[in-house]
Design a protein around this ligand. Structure first.
Ligand SMILES: Nc1ncnc2c1ncn2[C@@H]1O[C@H](COP(=O)(O)OP(=O)(O)O)[C@@H](O)[C@H]1O
Ligand SMILES: [Mg+2]
Length: 305
């Protein structure tokens, strides 16, 4: 059974189509990243997946329970950290967690034990009896996560969990997400940060203008754009573009004092460049091959190429 199964979700706000036919199957066990620029429809999708917003059409289930027909059963299986985390400012860190545990019907002793464990993991033990209103943004976000994981949910949903956080909070949040995943939770998170998606996610769906435009593992997405690999080279004196034309080389572009030579096979490009340098008596000052980056894939896709 999939952790999340969404079929053709749509949502418009007035004339703005925020989500335009999103379907998703997220298998149990992984960390799925929903990657897209601001305004792409990530938050709207997450709100429909978690039962906060009713879709105009389409349906979604979490571990087999329809989120809109069977909301309580579905919600008990999720821990949700919304975009602007929700915590009670007039309660202490510990009280926030205990109260959330109570909402989920957890037994008091278990809840206390789990709260202590989570506070420690999130670096908040010393501040556990302080009111949350005194906390920084990073600390509030950590409390928001603490509340979302108190009942060890099989599905953890985080909307831009690290956006705007200090380095320390960010690391603790990422460690906690990884730890929850190792302990068996399936994770669904959104981000507009490509490096984060690359480092954290086993699968990625790229969303733009309300539609999923590509999906797969980070490696697979990078490979899709393998043809845009290039060799960057500079010589001891200026050269003309014509020296780069050869079978297997798709194009050459000047970049400052360097040239980028695009090829499906960097090996061909490097050998050609070496032979040209030899023939024309050019010294090679620098040479490097690029690896396809997820960023390249992302930029190309969201530019609609
Ligand atoms: N409650 C709302 N009312 C009107 N427009 C909205 C609302 N929520 C989102 N939108 C619009 O829907 C689009 C997608 O927004 P959102 O899902 O928040 O994107 P993301 O989270 O990827 O940045 C944007 O154009 C946004 O302005
Ligand atoms: Mg958002």
């Amino acid at each position: 059974m999939n952790a999340v199964e969404a079929e053709n979700l749509r949502k418009s706000f007035g004339y703005v189509t925020a989500v335009d036919g999103v379907s998703l199957s997220i298998p149990e066990g992984g960390i799925f990243g929903f990657l897209g620029p601001n305004g792409a429809g990530k938050t709207t999708t997450i709100r429909m997946l978690t039962g906060v917003l009713i879709p105009d059409s389409g349906k979604v289930s979490v571990f087999g329970d329809d989120v809109h027909q069977n909301p309580i059963a579905a919600k008990l299986k999720m821990g949700v950290i919304p975009e602007n985390g929700t915590v009670y400012s007039d309660l202490t860190a510990r009280q926030n967690i205990l109260l959330t545990g109570k909402f989920y019907g957890m037994e008091k002793d278990l809840c206390e034990k789990r709260a202590a464990e989570i506070l420690e993991r999130l670096g908040l033990t010393e501040r556990r009896n302080d009111l949350v209103r005194l906390f920084s943004k990073g600390m509030r976000q950590r409390i928001s996560i603490a509340c979302a994981i108190v009942h060890s949910p099989p599905l953890l949903v985080l909307d831009e969990p690290t956006t705007g956080l200090d380095v320390y909070s960010r690391r603790l949040v990422i460690d906690t997400v990884r730890h929850m995943n190792e302990d068996g939770s399936t994770v669904l998170l959104t981000t507009h940060n490509i490096d984060e998606a690359n480092a954290l996610c086993s699968d990625i769906g790229i969303i733009d203008k309300g539609k999923i435009i590509a999906s797969g593992s980070p490696e697979k997405l990078k490979k899709t754009f393998d043809t845009s690999r290039y060799v960057e080279i500079s010589f001891d004196r200026p050269v003309g573009k014509e020296i780069f034309s050869a079978p297997g080389i798709t194009r050459a572009e000047q970049w400052g004092d360097k040239w980028r030579i695009y090829s499906d096979d960097p090996d061909i490009a490097v050998k050609h460049l070496a032979s040209v340098a030899e023939r024309d008596n050019l010294s090679i000052i620098s040479i490097a091959t690029s690896n396809p980056s997820l960023e390249e894939a992302f930029v190309k896709l969201t530019e609609g190429i």
